[in-house]
Write a protein that binds this ligand. Structure first.
Ligand SMILES: *Cc1c(COP(=O)(O)O)cnc(C)c1O
Length: 344
């Protein structure tokens, strides 16, 4: 059975969290002389709320989850780093990822001296059979499922996520950075059944705030309490909190998401007709993963025209990841690819 106590690192269990001035006083104050701030008002002379209470209240309402089940990080990358630091003993615990996938699981594992076991996705970019995974599962640690997956665009069903969680004594982290572009429901709905699940989302992709660095982790209140204990006190700055509040309240992203999905379908149907393209993989995200006959040639030719896409051919043979841009940008890319096709 999953037990949060046994998987939390000893030093984390024993430490006392830093208590900031803003943590110790809550309520209405007329005069704040507790944090050595400059008293002359600018928009930013005060420290931000260490618990991001207003932002969490809005997320709680929109995503139908309790406030104490929400962690806000400086990007979801911060949440991934803190998960390693809280729940993986350096040099002892192991983590699992299913490549080709997001590179930060590996980088942050290395920084935290945690060995990452790579179990490749199968040919159709699905998780391997449960028995295969089970035979490689360590006793504790973290298992990362990126769904929809970067860079392949493929998703893992909630049924499989639940099944894997029930067969693992460590934490299962489902990275949903691209969930807003997917037809599949979020794994947040599984949190009431699965105690060892963490769901990551971000303001960096669909919400259009990559520059603000705001990520979210959803989990049991016990797991969230551990993350809050070890996070830097003021990890999210006031400007970023305000920006995140604004996109949530304005609620304009639905229109943008639909436009991006329409463009994704358009682009797919045009790409498959080109003789330089061998396969366009189905995508639940805001990018297409495309296999070319000669990806390096295409990559270099696009660069010469000032168009940069992501070359993933070192991970998957002859594959490039192309983010869906504006209609105009997509047309320019298609024009370039059509010319390459005609000349090949
Ligand atoms: C882009 C991306 C993120 C986002 O990270 P942030 O730190 O929130 O910007 C997380 N996971 C995956 C798989 C991504 O592709």
């Amino acid at each position: 059975m999953f037990d949060i106590y046994t998987i939390t690192r000893k030093n984390v269990k024993q430490m006392k969290a830093y208590s900031s001035a803003r943590d110790e006083f809550k309520g209405q104050a007329n005069i704040c002389l507790d944090a050595n701030e400059n008293p002359f008002p600018t928009a930013l002379n005060r420290y931000p709320d260490p618990q991001q209470s207003n932002l969490k209240a809005e997320i709680s309402k929109q995503k139908n989850i309790q406030i104490n089940q929400i962690f806000i990080g400086n990007g979801s990358d911060e949440a991934i780093d803190l998960l390693y630091r809280a729940f993986c003993e350096p040099g002892i615990s192991k983590a699992i990822a299913f490549p080709p996938t997001y590179g930060m699981y590996e980088v942050l594992a290395a920084i935290n001296n945690v060995e990452l076991i790579n179990i490749p996705l199968n040919k159709s970019f699905e998780l391997p059979h449960l028995e295969t995974i089970k035979s490689l599962l360590p006793d504790t640690g973290i298992l990362f499922i990126c769904s929809p997956n970067n860079p392949t665009g493929s998703s893992t069903s909630l049924k499989r996520i639940r099944e894997l969680s029930e067969n693992f004594k460590g934490l299962v982290v489902v990275d949903e950075a691209y969930i807003d572009f997917s037809e599949q429901e979020t794994a947040i709905s599984l949190l009431k059944y699965v105690p060892n699940l963490v769901v990551l989302q971000t303001f960096s992709k669909a919400y259009g705030l990559a520059g603000a660095r705001v990520g979210m982790a959803f989990a049991s209140s016990e797991i969230i309490a551990v993350l809050n204990k070890i996070k830097p006190p003021y990890n999210i700055n006031s400007l970023s909190v305000d920006a995140a509040m604004k996109v949530l309240i304005d609620n304009k992203i639905k229109y943008q998401i639909n436009t991006i999905k329409e463009e994704r379908n358009q682009l797919t149907s045009q790409l498959v007709k080109l003789n330089i393209v061998s396969e366009v993989f189905p995508s639940d995200a805001n990018f297409l993963f495309v296999r070319f006959v000669n990806s390096n040639l295409v990559f270099e030719s696009l660069i010469k025209r000032g168009i940069v896409v992501r070359n993933r051919s070192s991970q998957v043979d002859n594959c490039l990841r192309i983010t869906i841009g504006t209609k105009e940008e997509n047309q320019t890319v298609m024009q370039a690819l059509k010319e390459l096709s005609a000349n090949s």
